[in-house]
Design a protein around this ligand. Structure first.
Ligand SMILES: Cc1cc2nc3c(=O)[nH]c(=O)nc-3n(C[C@H](O)[C@H](O)[C@H](O)COP(=O)(O)O)c2cc1C
Length: 277
């Protein structure tokens, strides 16, 4: 693995935190890829070779998985009409239909249920929230490995939580069996250079990294400085001001009316065969 320069590291950290960078002295290509992440929502027409998808999924399968149960699956969608419908289920997000490959990540307890039936052994634990959480975590770990692999190959990605707006419709579209659930989607494509967004700053580490014990006050100073950093970011990007970051974020969590249909997720999950015990 080659070493990127420490000047690269300073630049990436400055972009990530918007202000005084952390001090760190080594940057390898893996960390450079991670720090360079930005969601990509516009793609060139260049198709993604099948073998590239297979390599990305191999990287996904290499992720840690609870008890090696591998309770996740992924559906790769390239059919234009299907992407169009999935885009509509996700609140008409254009990038879902425009990306060459749309990956839908699945929390998958159906495989173990079927194996249990075949072996005639009980699989009662599959009916508990714990198992759904496990499968959801596993699908996210696999997806993030895939995202990094894709970015390391020059592709861009954006996650699509909008897959949870209408879970039953998504399940029907993809032919999902009971006890499976699309946790989120992921658009994959080669980034359109003219529309590449900048690295989006994150909260200062003082809000995130707690030493020995959680500091319940850490958020205060951090949120204030991050509001200022994000204001600068929106200005620099000529993005329409979204209001201060904390208020903008609070607006997203103000109540069920702001949840784009996901307030009924418990009902949807029951409809999809999860008992949520
Ligand atoms: C689980 C998950 C779901 C997301 N859902 C959407 C989505 O439905 N549509 C979208 O445009 N971006 C979506 N995003 C992307 C986030 O908005 C984005 O990661 C965040 O604003 C930070 O920007 P960055 O990825 O460019 O650093 C999602 C991200 C995650 C992790």
């Amino acid at each position: 693995m080659t070493q990127a320069s420490s000047a690269d590291l300073v630049k990436l950290l400055q972009a990530r935190y918007g202000e005084a960078p952390l001090t760190a002295d080594a940057l390898n290509e893996t960390i450079a890829t991670l720090l360079n992440h930005r969601s990509v929502r516009a793609y060139t027409d260049k198709p993604i070779p099948e073998k590239t998808i297979e390599l990305i999924i191999a990287a996904a399968q290499a992720a840690s998985t609870s008890s090696n149960l591998q309770t996740w699956s992924v559906v790769a969608v390239t059919d234009t009409a299907s992407k169009e419908r999935l885009s509509q289920f996700a609140g008409n997000q254009a990038w879902v239909k425009n990306c060459p490959v749309f990956l839908v990540w699945i929390a998958d307890l159906a495989r173990l249920e079927a194996l249990g039936k075949k072996r005639a052994v009980p699989a009662e634990s599959l009916n508990y929230v714990e198992m759904l959480l496990m499968a959801t975590i596993d699908s996210a770990l696999a997806a993030q490995n895939a995202a990094i692999a894709a970015e390391s190959l020059g592709l861009g990605v954006v996650y699509i939580g909008g897959m949870r707006n209408q879970p039953e419709e998504v399940a029907k579209e993809l032919g999902l069996p009971p006890k499976t659930f699309a946790t989120f989607g992921m658009c994959l494509g080669y980034p359109e250079p003219a529309k590449l967004s900048s690295i989006r700053p994150r909260l200062p580490q003082s809000a995130i990294l707690h030493k020995e014990k959680y500091d319940a006050q850490a958020y205060e100073a951090a949120a204030a400085s991050y509001n200022a950093v994000m204001e600068g970011f929106y200005k620099a990007q000529a993005m329409k001001p979204q209001g201060e970051w904390d208020l903008h974020s609070l607006n997203r969590v103000r109540g069920p009316e702001a949840m784009t249909g996901r307030d009924r997720l418990a009902t949807a999950l029951k409809n999809l065969g999860f008992q949520l015990k």
